[in-house]
Design a protein. Structure first.
Length: 94
């Protein structure tokens, strides 16, 4: 089963989108997929292959994400990824 067929993948994308919207950040669906894949530790080449896009397009999406999140370049993006993977973005279920 590929990530695109996995129901958990869609649930996690939705949870990430809700988290970002609550923080007043609106990403396109493709940018959301790139952010999620980057949070999963995938390289630009792996993301490009998964999304059937070029590496240059993935880099463009990442630059859009950096701008929309107000991050300080690639280093800010890396720190954001670390924060998101350690702190998380999902609501805790009781």
């Amino acid at each position: 089963m590929t990530a695109k067929q996995n129901p958990e993948y869609f649930e996690e994308l939705y949870a990430l989108e809700i988290f970002l919207l609550r923080n007043n950040t609106l990403l396109t669906h493709q940018e959301l997929k790139v952010l999620y894949a980057a949070m999963s530790g995938k390289t630009n080449a792996e993301i490009a292959e998964e999304l059937c896009r070029s590496i240059a397009t993935v880099k463009t999406y990442k630059n859009h994400i950096i701008r929309k999140l107000g991050l300080n370049g690639k280093d800010g993006f890396r720190r954001y990824l670390l924060k998101m993977t350690h702190i998380g973005f999902k609501e805790k279920k009781n």
